[in-house]
Each structure stands twice: as structure tokens, then as C-alpha cells.
Design a protein around this ligand. Structure first.
Ligand code: FES
Length: 575
């Protein structure tokens, strides 16, 4: 029997339930808005943290979805209050939404802390919004339930399904090679994004929504529902009803987010063929929860878990198909023997109970452990003298011939240098060369932009080359693909070995052995380093300066140093 809270135990009671002058002020100002005592008396106040904005197409529906949540909260006897938070539209926010993930995490935490709230509904989905919301909610510690925005419908061009990002890169490359006309390119622009909702390939958004469900922080099946499907508003209503109960049960994130829950989430990530970005976010979320998850953990679990979801960019289908195939619950059923089924979730039930009865309806979309689409997991972590603290590659999305390769580097000092060189008709490059991009890391970008899928040099495009090894300290979009080695740590901007690679140096990759080696002697590397001067940060004031000073490296989750950990935070004083 779960001990239930009493109305006077509610956190909001401090603001609304006492007889002092301040609570008079709080109540009178609620009356000013039009609320009455019946709205709040003895009721959990539920903060709906909504990342809707007019310039975020992935969240265009969240304004009306908040009404579905409110209906559920009211039905269950709660008092819903919607609070807008930074939207982080992946498409529009520059230089990179990664600059602002921690800002959203801070905003979420402080919105929850500073207001009279008892529980939280977190509404997001576009890439960094999910980890930002969850990191903030973990640090605050109120009962919280996450509502994934859900993927948009499949794109369509001449009867072919189009995937966000993945098909943009693909057809842009064909356009650069002269195989796509301006008119066709314009048709693709009209057909690739047909509804609200997140990218509908297994990009960072779909990966993080699934990971959050696998962690136990969303309703079962919620992450797979297409944004435009009527199941989506109904799911929002259920979440609204459920959060009120979670408050009475005091079901806080620390009761859900255990080491086993993170293992489950990483296994689901691997089986989904998920985005490399998820590594950074999961490490950051786990560290907020006081759970030591590192890149080694990803590599270790990657070797145990095959890819089951046949979804682009590693596979063939799109998230809409994944939903019709049974969604995440069905995939977790197929993964059942690898998961810890006893982990608690927002439903008050275990993961095992939540996936009971789920079935795969389309076995070519969701494969089984006996018949995976790729034998090992989505992400391999490489280490060596070029990346002492690690870097990542997505083997399933790369040309297999590059998984063991030695080649000469072509080094670019930064993005602009790379873009100038890559279009040169006389660039001295072969398909066996290795492209190296520096200064794309957390401090160097800054904000670790998604530049890691470097364009194939123009000179090779005409020869039909579509993949080659590319190494950087940046990230790549979860919708991207190719033999891209990312997140090199430490990054070049802080003097990591990547900074000292020169054109003509040889680099050797062996994904089976998880190694990456720069064939330059230690003495020569030391000589190059001695001649190097630490560059000054790009931003001298404002958020950018704070970001540059406090951001951590990729292998540590890129959280701010002062946001990590579980040091107790006092409740605000009400005077
Ligand atoms: Fe929002 Fe891809 S742009 S999820």
C-alpha cells in the first residue's frame, strides 16, 4: 500500500494554504486571474512545462495538447498551470541548440522550484528539449511525467517516402553531383515535412523520446505515437490524470531513475539504432541523477544488444511504420530477456507490466533478437592517442569497408576552412583519405554543432563516392549517416590531440578493436603542442561566455560544472 500525501503535505500548501499575509497575496492574485478557492484548495498544482513556440514546427501542436493535459489534470482533481519554457527548435536555433540544452535544464529546474507546484508535466520532443526538460526535472525532484511530442508523418515525393534530415543529406548530395534538378529539389522541399511533430527518422528526437520512455519517465507506448494521430491527444489526457496521482503517491524521479533503468534505456537506444547524440544526453541525465554512466557503459552494452528497429538512417522505414509495427512496447517485448523488467515507471507499475501483451505486427520493421538488422548495437566507442577520452561511431550507418581502415588525413582548422576546401575541383583527395575537422567541440564550436557529417569533397562526388571517414570533435544530426567519427575528447580547442593533426598524417581505425590511432610519434606531437597557443573564447560576455567557462567535455555529457551532482537545494523561503 503506497502512503499517500495529505493536502497539507503538498508543496503548494506553503504558498496557498496558510493564514499569513503572503498567502493572502498569492490567493488574491490567483483570484485576479479568475480562479476561485475551489480551483486550488486541497489540490495538487501541476506545472505544465510547455516548449511550444511559433517557430518550432516540431512542437506546433503542443499548444493545444496542453489543453488535453489540463483536461486530464482537472478530471483527476488537480489544478493545472501552464508555464512556457524555451523551445529549442533544432532547425532554427543557431549556432546550435546544444548551446541551450543546459539553459532549458536550468529554466525547467528553476520554474519548478520557484513556483507553487507539486508535480510537473514536461512537454517536448525536438532534440535537446527532451534531455533539457528531464535534466531540470531530475535536479528539482518533483513527481514528473514526460509527454513526447511524437514524430511527424512520413514525407512524400513522387510516391517515395522521405525521411527528415536523412533524405535531405541524400538528395543534397545528388544535387551537388548534378543528379537532381532545381524543380525536383523544390518538390522535395514541399513534401518532406507534411505535419507537425518531430523528425520521423531515428534521429535524436525519436531516440531521446524512446530513451525517456524506456527510463520509465513517459507513459508506455507514448514515444511512438505520431504527433498527428488521435492517440496523441488521448495520451496527453492520460498523462494529465496520472500526474495528479503521482503527486499523491510522491512518485519522484529518484524512485524511477535507477542504474538499472539507465541500463534499460541504453539497451533500447542500441536496439533502436539510435542517434549518437543520445550518449551525451544520457550521460548528462544520469549524472544529474547521481548515477555514474560513462561512454564505456555504452560500448559494453552495445556489444550485447543488436539493432532491431529497421528505421532510417540505419534501416529502411520511418517512425510512422514503427508505430504501426507495434511501437516501442513491442520492440521492448522483443528485447525482454535483455531488460530489467522490475524497474518502476510513471505508471506506478514496472516496465515488465507496462509491456505485457505488446506484439510486433510488422516483423520487417521491428526485428527479433534471432534476426536482427545489425548484429551489434548502434554505437561503438573508440579510444586511442587521437581520442584519449573516447569518440563514437555508428557502425550500422557506415560503409562496412571503413570499419577497419588506415588512411592519410586532410585536416581542416575549422568549419569555414573546411567548406572552402571541400568544393575545390583540385583538392588532392581520394576516397581513402580521412577528413578531419577541428574546433567543432563543446568550447570550440562553441556548442558542439552538428558538423560531423562533413560533405563529401566535390571532386569525389562525380566519381560516385558517397561515404568516407570523417573525424571531428563535433556531433552529427541523428538523421545523418556515414563513417563519421564524432565527439573526439578532449576537443581540439582545449588542446586535445585532434588539434595537432596535420594534412598527410596517417590515421588508423579499427572498430572491432575499438581503436583510433594517429601515426605520429609522441615526441612530434609534443613539439606541435609546444608551439600552440590556447585560443580565446568566441564570446566575451553574456550566456556564451558563461557557456564557454562552464561547459564539460563530450564524454562527461556537456553539462555545466555547477549544475551537476546532487547537492541539496533549499526550498525558496516565502517571506
Ligand atoms: Fe525538431 Fe528534428 S528538427 S526533431
Amino acid at each position: 500500500m503506497i502512503a499517500r500525501k495529505k493536502p497539507e503535505d503538498l508543496r503548494s500548501h506553503r504558498w496557498l494554504g496558510t493564514a499569513d499575509m503572503r498567502s493572502f497575496g498569492h490567493r488574491s492574485r490567483l483570484r485576479q486571474i479568475g480562479y476561485d478557492a475551489e480551483d486550488w484548495t486541497g489540490k495538487p498544482v501541476i506545472g505544465i512545462i510547455n516548449t511550444w513556440s511559433e517557430i518550432n514546427p516540431c512542437h506546433a501542436h503542443l499548444r493545444s495538447r496542453a489543453d488535453n493535459v489540463k483536461r486530464g489534470v482537472l478530471q483527476a482533481g488537480g489544478f493545472p498551470i501552464e508555464l512556457p519554457a524555451m523551445s529549442l527548435s533544432e532547425t532554427f536555433v543557431k549556432p546550435s541548440t546544444m548551446m541551450y540544452r543546459n539553459m532549458l535544464a536550468m529554466e525547467t529546474e528553476e520554474l519548478l522550484r520557484s513556483h507553487p507546484l507539486d508535480g510537473a508535466v514536461l512537454m517536448g520532443g525536438c532534440d535537446k528539449t527532451t534531455p533539457g526538460l528531464i535534466m531540470g526535472a531530475i535536479s528539482m525532484g518533483l513527481p514528473a511525467i514526460y509527454i513526447p511530442a511524437g514524430p511527424m508523418l512520413r514525407g512524400n515525393w513522387k510516391g517515395n517516402f522521405l525521411g527528415s534530415g536523412s533524405d535531405v543529406w541524400k538528395y543534397w548530395t545528388e544535387k551537388r553531383a548534378g543528379n537532381i534538378s532545381e524543380d525536383e529539389w523544390s518538390e522535395i522541399e514541399n513534401g518532406i515535412a507534411r505535419s507537425f511533430g518531430t523528425c520521423m527518422v531515428m534521429g535524436t528526437a525519436a531516440t531521446m523520446m524512446a530513451i525517456t520512455e524506456a527510463l520509465g519517465m513517459a507513459l508506455p507506448g507514448a514515444s511512438s505515437i505520431p504527433a498527428a494521430d488521435s492517440n496523441h491527444p488521448r495520451m496527453c489526457g492520460v498523462a494529465g490524470r496520472r500526474i495528479v496521482e503521482m503527486v499523491w503517491e510522491d512518485l519522484t524521479p529518484d524512485k524511477i531513475l535507477t542504474p538499472a533503468a539507465f541500463d534499460n534505456a541504453i539497451k533500447v537506444h542500441m536496439a533502436m539504432g539510435g542517434s549518437t547524440n543520445a550518449i551525451i544526453h544520457v550521460v548528462a541525465m544520469a549524472r544529474r541523477a547521481g548515477i555514474p554512466v560513462d561512454m564505456e557503459k555504452f560500448d559494453q552494452l552495445s556489444r550485447q544488444i543488436p539493432v532491431l528497429a529497421n528505421v532510417r538512417p540505419s534501416g529502411k522505414y520511418l517512425m510512422e511504420d514503427f508505430f504501426y509495427a507495434g511501437g516501442l512496447r513491442a520492440m521492448m517485448q522483443n528485447l525482454r530477456e535483455k531488460l530489467d523488467l522490475d524497474c518502476m515507471t510513471v505508471t506506478g507499475k514496472t516496465i515488465g507490466e507496462n509491456i505485457e501483451g505488446a506484439h510486433v505486427h510488422l516483423p520487417d520493421v521491428i526485428h527479433s533478437l534471432n534476426d536482427p538488422i545489425y548484429a551489434e548495437g548502434a554505437t561503438a566507442v573508440l579510444k586511442g592517442n587521437l581520442a584519449p577520452n573516447g569518440c563514437v561511431i555508428k557502425p550500422a550507418a557506415a560503409d562496412p569497408r571503413f570499419l577497419k581502415h588506415r588512411g592519410k588525413a586532410i585536416a581542416f582548422e575549422d568549419y569555414n576552412h573546411m567548406m572552402q576546401e571541400i568544393e575545390r575541383d583540385d583538392l588532392d583527395v581520394t576516397p581513402d583519405h580521412i577528413l578531419v575537422l577541428k574546433n567543432a567541440g563543446p568550447k570550440g564550436g562553441p556548442g558542439m554543432p552538428e558538423w560531423g557529417m562533413l560533405p563529401i569533397p566535390k571532386r569525389l562526388l562525380g566519381q560516385g563516392v558517397r561515404d568516407m571517414i570523417r573525424i571531428s570533435d563535433g556531433r552529427m544530426s541523428g538523421t545523418s549517416y556515414g563513417a563519421c567519427i564524432l565527439h573526439v575528447a578532449p576537443e581540439s580547442f582545449v588542446g586535445g590531440p585532434l588539434n595537432f593533426v596535420q594534412t598527410g598524417d596517417e590515421i588508423e581505425i579499427d572498430v572491432d578493436k575499438r581503436s583510433i590511432h594517429l601515426h605520429v610519434s609522441d615526441a612530434e606531437l609534443a613539439r606541435r603542442k609546444a608551439a600552440w597557443k590556447q585560443p580565446t573564447p568566441k564570446y566575451q560576455r553574456g550566456y556564451g561566455a558563461m557557456f564557454s567557462e562552464h561547459i564539460g567535455q563530450a564524454d562527461q555529457g556537456c553539462d555545466f560544472d555547477f549544475l551537476q551532482g546532487k547537492a541539496p537545494m533549499p526550498e525558496p523561503e516565502i517571506h
